[in-house]
Design a protein around this ligand. Structure first.
Ligand code: DI6
Ligand code: FE
Length: 401
């Protein structure tokens, strides 16, 4: 089926810029973009049908490249406690924090995890998200991590969006390994990753490099195993302190290093040279009331690609709107709307290793796009949440109107 989409303007986001085409037309066939350009240059191709987009602005389908969307329970009770002055450390000492989500996740069935995650993913989809990364990391033992990764795969099979799974077994120390972090890393490398990769459940490997999680040496052992298994890597780095985790990630040609508030200029130089994308997470910055801003000038100066994501998780970023993150990226991090939009399209796709096929509207790429009834692309960064009128197309088929 060949479809002609017209009466629209396009911000194709090619090369990470708006790359605007006014009065544009798009021809899709077999789920891909066959032609895109100004309507007056439309080639004489016979389309099976023609769709009038009513003057909409068309952007690539949005890509949320960092989430922890599958988990049991939630932590709104802890949020309430923290607002009453109980510290994060006190909550953790009472068995709260990541540990409480791990308990709830281990206790939940696969079906329960699937149905709660589906609601969150559907909320993201209402913002025009057509590609989503989801990490495991609240199971922390082989059976529970497998359960999470299976739910992640099932979300990709049952919902009309592309889902990439990341194994984040090195997220926190499970209670069984208290005071034995090196042993847990050995278990991840010798047992968990090889088994989960062999079952086809893992598209990438991530770890949390932080003084309250795992050291750079421990993270490097995970990277070496990932490389051996032929899996790309990502890293939570420099969120709360500066450990040069992002430079370590760059040495292993990581797809991305994420958070990065405390990264240095040397880290930016290393990431630029390796093509490692900087994934910034304004929701976590906001929710934790952080004050240290990511070094935007160093990132720009060295040409590091910058992506934006929700970090959707129960502890530090219960964010159900990627468009709200666009606004926060502009308001809190001083990104331009054009940079922010590139951060949830082109650069986010690159952060998932999908830069060749997703993230911008170009001939040969997938026909994933959103036709927004807005006045200009900056509207996507301007409104604080809400539901903008839109039509969502995935693989050339309308999934949402
Ligand atoms: N960084 C974060 O902000 C979250 N995980 C991570 O690696 C925290 C997750 C949680 O508190 O549940
Ligand atoms: Fe995260």
């Amino acid at each position: 089926m060949r479809t002609l989409w017209q009466h629209c303007h396009v911000a194709s986001m090619a090369q990470g810029a708006y790359s605007i085409i006014e009065d544009a037309a798009i021809i899709t066939s077999a789920g891909h973009i066959e032609w895109i350009g100004p309507r007056q240059s439309l080639p004489a191709l016979n389309a099976d049908r023609s769709v009038d987009l009513g003057g909409a602005w068309v952007t690539p389908g949005l890509v949320d490249c960092h989430t922890h969307a599958v988990f049991g329970g939630n932590r709104s009770g802890e949020f309430e406690q923290r607002l009453q002055g109980v510290s994060y450390a006190e909550i953790a000492a009472q068995g709260g924090g990541i540990a409480s989500t791990v308990r709830a996740t281990r206790a939940a069935s696969e079906d329960e995890l699937f149905s709660s995650a589906r609601q969150r993913v559907q909320a993201l989809m209402r913002d025009g998200v057509t590609t989503l990364e989801i990490k495991s990391g609240y199971g922390l033992d082989l059976a529970s991590e497998r359960k999470l990764l299976k739910v992640i795969r099932r979300l990709g099979e049952e919902l009309p969006l592309t889902v990439r799974s990341t194994c984040l077994a090195a997220h926190a120390l499970p209670p069984e390994y208290k005071d034995r972090a090196d042993d847990y890393i050995s278990h991840i490398c010798e047992v968990m990753l090889p088994a989960l990769a062999a079952e086809g459940l893992v598209d990438a490997v991530d770890a949390f490099c932080e003084y309250l999680a795992f050291s750079p040496d421990q993270v490097e052992r995970v990277f070496i195993k990932a490389r051996e298994l032929g899996l790309p890597i990502k890293l939570h780095a420099e969120q709360l302190s500066s450990l040069a985790g992002s430079s370590l990630a760059a040495r292993y040609q990581a797809l991305s290093a994420d958070h990065l508030e405390f990264m240095t200029e040397d880290d930016a130089i290393a990431m630029a040279a390796a093509g490692t994308v900087a994934v910034l997470l304004p929701g976590a910055f906001y929710f934790l009331r952080e004050t240290q801003l990511p070094p935007m000038d160093a990132l720009r100066k060295h040409g590091v690609k910058i992506a934006i994501a929700t970090d959707l998780n129960p502890g530090t970023s219960p964010a159900l709107s990627l468009r709200l993150m666009l606004n926060m990226a502009c308001t809190l991090f001083r990104m331009t709307p054009e940079e922010a939009l590139a951060g949830v399209t082109t650069h986010a796709a690159t952060a998932l290793g999908l830069g060749h096929s997703h993230g911008s509207l170009e001939v040969g790429k997938v026909a994933d796009f959103v036709a927004w009834q807005i006045e200009r692309p900056a509207d996507l960064c301007y409104w604080l949440g809400g539901d903008l009128p839109k039509r969502v197309v995935r693989l050339g088929r309308e999934i949402f109107n």
